[in-house]
Design a protein around this ligand. Structure first.
Ligand SMILES: [Zn+2]
Ligand SMILES: [Zn+2]
Length: 281
């Protein structure tokens, strides 16, 4: 009976995982040779399937005995495909044609493409207050006394990317970096009202990072997993936003993701996510 239970757990997706998958699908199958939409032409019927890259159960394709169920149901192990391609990649007879490495590449190429597309839409001009809302949602006070340190700028983005071996997120970081000025203006406006929102936001992001970092033994492990760590930080913050008192329901997921990426990329550049390169003398 435990095996039945386990099988179910690897299929119990967190709502934040499903929403992030939806947003980053751009309503398209992640197979680069497929142009099928994931919402049918009637605009209601969903023809997408959440597929496990490494199977949820022992009998499935690409099963990885070293993963736990949380990893199996995690964002990094899931890919959104059209109905047809889900059936094809999940057919055990096709296992060698669709190895884990290929599906991971489909996923990351596709999500990168969609994030770049989202970034180019400049959703802030359409929803100017969404960034403030995201800041407020991340920067809500916890029941603890904070000893906030002054936010600092990272010495150099290129250095930070290469020091941490960031790969998949590199172009995304460069895509969103230009919005840092806009974000700083909002932080400044809030500061004028006497609030320490900026420090609170950065503190909360750093805390999320430090929690995740505890799973990795040293800088080598952090480097190997840099992109996954980035995924995990974003997903955790999505979850926290969801629990925040001021809900973001008035905005669509794309707008929230866009605003969130601006805040996350800024936190990365200030060294609140991933490791700070040693200072050169
Ligand atoms: Zn599946
Ligand atoms: Zn497809």
């Amino acid at each position: 009976m435990t095996s039945k239970k386990q099988k179910d757990k690897a299929r119990q997706y967190k709502p934040s995982t499903v929403r992030r998958l939806d947003t980053l699908s751009g309503n398209e199958c992640a197979n680069p040779n497929c142009q099928k939409k994931l919402i049918a032409e009637d605009n209601i019927s969903i023809v997408s399937k959440i597929c496990h890259i490494a199977a949820a159960s022992k009998e499935g394709p690409r099963y990885d005995i070293n993963m736990n169920d949380d990893e199996r149901r995690g964002f990094d192990n899931l890919i959104l495909l059209c109905d047809e391609h889900h059936v094809i990649i999940d057919n055990k007879e096709n296992e060698s044609l669709y190895p884990t490495s290929l599906l991971k590449k489909w996923k990351s190429d596709h999500e990168k493409k969609i994030l770049e597309l989202i970034s180019s839409k400049n959703l802030l001009s359409k929803h100017p207050l969404s960034l403030n809302k995201v800041i407020n949602a991340i920067g809500n006070k916890m029941d603890e006394i904070l000893n906030l340190t002054q936010a600092v700028n990272a010495p150099n983005t290129d250095l930070k990317i290469s020091f941490n071996h960031v790969n998949r997120y590199e172009s995304i970081i460069r895509e969103f970096a230009p919005y840092q000025g806009k974000l700083n203006k909002i932080y400044e406006e809030i500061e004028k009202e006497g609030s320490t929102k900026k420090e609170l936001v950065l503190h909360n992001i750093k805390r999320v990072y430090l929690n995740i970092k505890a799973d990795y033994k040293n800088i080598d492990e952090i480097r190997i997993n840099a992109d996954i760590i980035f995924d995990r930080v974003i997903e955790t913050i999505w979850n926290n936003i969801d629990k925040a008192p001021n809900k973001l329901d008035e905005y669509d997921q794309e707008t929230i993701d866009f605003s969130l990426m601006i805040v996350i990329v800024d936190a990365f550049m200030r060294c609140n996510i991933l490791e700070e390169p040693p200072k050169t003398v």
